[in-house]
Design a binder for this molecule. Structure first.
Ligand SMILES: *Cc1c(COP(=O)(O)O)cnc(C)c1O
Length: 492
């Protein structure tokens, strides 16, 4: 049986259901599987499989305390009728690479792949563990997690979902998606600050015993829908396995031959899932970690020094405007061979002085990662170039990945077949996309959606098309210091 242990080594091991309910370990570390399971099948034997089929077999390897019936129910609930593509995650071929389109869910970003199943995993876990409290899910968002979590948990019994987003750090469409959210148990707050402030604020609430006691007095325990929750991470492994099967199916690779994976990265959850897929047996040559102007990860990969003491920039790929990439802690744990004392030292150093340095073992493991970055001009140019050359339209985050991949290819000459994670629908960031393909940019984001649509003919997903007329249900901006109060007031 696979159990879940803390990266910092000072908490006892848990069943997956317990780890999902709890979110973060008692010693403030992140839960990791005590070993990463191998795939229970050979990818080439699964050609033609549905997404749900792959999801079941990948997730069953990690969630070994779930029964077959429980897991199947979760998967059906999450992926049946909730995605605009029957494929869930279609793989689109362009001249130089393959785009894995992860944006066909209800909120038009890749977060839907995990957050449409996580509420089912949470409810099932609560039932399995005979949890008598309700769960208050606190979530900091750089734009996309918030909406996907709200949509996923809306009216899920036994839960309240509370989301904090940086007031000036999300796109107009992202904000509108969140503040129009329906559901009696949904709560949305803008905060004065950036994403790191929101994330640190939420982490501080998790660390505050007095706060936990106040929530408990109201009948709640606290959990998180951020990718620090292992229930977020595991469903993301699925689509990399699925993509590899599709690559074999399309003749893009021969069974057993490696691929590269390019991921536009913020909190390091998505690219970590790709790493887990490799540990399960998917052959990956390079993980290409793409950052925007907040290039703390690029420098980390290139120098071995993680240094968050730097200016924070707001860019047009806001879901990657992050200086503290939480999930990197898990990679450090795995690459160090499970050296939790070393992880604890590095995380203490990060907490105390915003900086840490890795040792030789971790550095060696990092060699399969390439780090690169793109600024706003390069991002927009990449959107324009790909659209002009191939009539394929990508969003700003995917464009960061595309640009970094182009650089990597030039630098390395590596022709390994490559999958680029396409993380958001281009209409979510229509202002930048309009500018990038040479259209006049309107002050109103919705006008830009219409303009891009008129010019390109690319379909606008229903969830974004209907957004403009929706009633605003959540208002108000609060200070970081009022987050605790906001949560307690939200708990009935
Ligand atoms: C969240 C997000 C990212 C970053 O993913 P991480 O798992 O945080 O690294 C990239 N692109 C989009 C569109 C996102 O919503």
């Amino acid at each position: 049986m696979i159990n879940y242990i803390s990266t910092r080594g000072k908490s006892e091991s848990k069943r997956s259901a317990e780890a999902i309910i709890q979110g973060i370990a008692n010693d403030k570390g992140l839960f990791v599987p005590d070993r990463i399971p191998l795939l229970s099948f050979k990818p080439e034997q699964k050609i033609g499989s549905t997404y749900k089929y792959v999801a079941f077999h990948v997730m069953q390897s990690f969630l070994q305390d779930f029964t077959e019936e429980e897991l199947k129910k979760c998967i059906d609930g999450a992926y049946e009728g909730t995605f605009e593509s029957v494929d869930v995650a279609p793989l689109v071929k362009t001249k130089k690479s393959y785009f894995l389109e992860l944006f066909h869910g209800r909120t038009a970003a890749f977060k839907d792949l995990a957050l449409s199943i996580m509420p089912y995993l949470m409810l099932t876990s609560m039932m399995k563990e005979n949890e008598d409290k309700r769960v208050a899910i606190l979530t900091a968002t750089s734009g996309d997690t918030g909406k996907a979590a709200l949509e996923g948990f809306s009216d899920v019994p036994g839960t309240e979902i509370i989301v904090f987003y940086p007031k000036d750090g999300v796109s107009q469409v992202q904000e509108r998606q969140m503040i129009t959210q329906m559901g009696k148990n949904t709560h949305v707050f803008a905060i004065y600050g950036n994403f790191d402030d929101a994330q640190t604020g939420v982490k501080r609430l998790f660390d505050d015993e007095g706060f936990a006691a106040s929530a408990a007095a109201k009948g709640y325990r606290l959990s998180s829908a951020n990718s620090i929750n292992i229930g977020r991470l595991i469903p993301q492994v699925v689509y990399y396995v699925y993509a590899y099967i599709k690559m074999i199916e399309n003749g893009a690779v021969q069974a057993g031959a490696p691929i590269n994976i390019v991921v536009p990265t913020g909190n390091f959850g998505n690219i970590l899932a790709a790493y887990y897929a490799r540990e399960m047996g998917i052959p990956v040559n390079r993980f290409i970690c793409a950052s925007n102007r907040n290039k703390v990860l690029t420098e980390f990969i290139n120098t071995g020094v993680y240094d968050a003491n730097r200016e924070f920039y707001m860019t047009n790929s806001p879901s990657m405007d992050i200086l503290i990439s939480s999930n990197l802690e898990r990679l450090l744990y795995h690459l160090s061979g499970g050296d939790s004392a070393a992880v604890l030292r590095m995380m203490e150093s990060l907490g105390a002085c915003g900086r840490y340095e890795i040792d030789g073992t971790i550095r060696d493991g990092l060699k399969s990662f390439y780090g690169g970055c793109a600024d706003v001009e390069e991002t927009n140019a990449a959107i324009g170039r790909l659209y002009e050359e191939e009539k394929y339209l990508i969003d700003t985050h995917t464009a960061v990945a595309y640009k970094v991949y182009e650089d990597y290819r030039k630098e390395s000459g590596d022709e390994t077949p490559t999958v680029i994670a396409a993380t958001a629908n281009p209409y979510k960031f229509a202002d930048s996309v309009a500018a990038s393909i040479g259209l006049a940019v309107d002050a109103d984001g919705f006008a830009n959606i219409r303009a891009v649509n008129a010019s390109t003919g690319v379909r606008v997903p229903d969830s974004l098309r209907n957004l403009e007329g929706k009633e605003v249900r959540h208002r108000g901006t609060i200070s970081i210091d009022s987050m605790a109060e906001a949560v307690l007031n939200s708990l009935a």
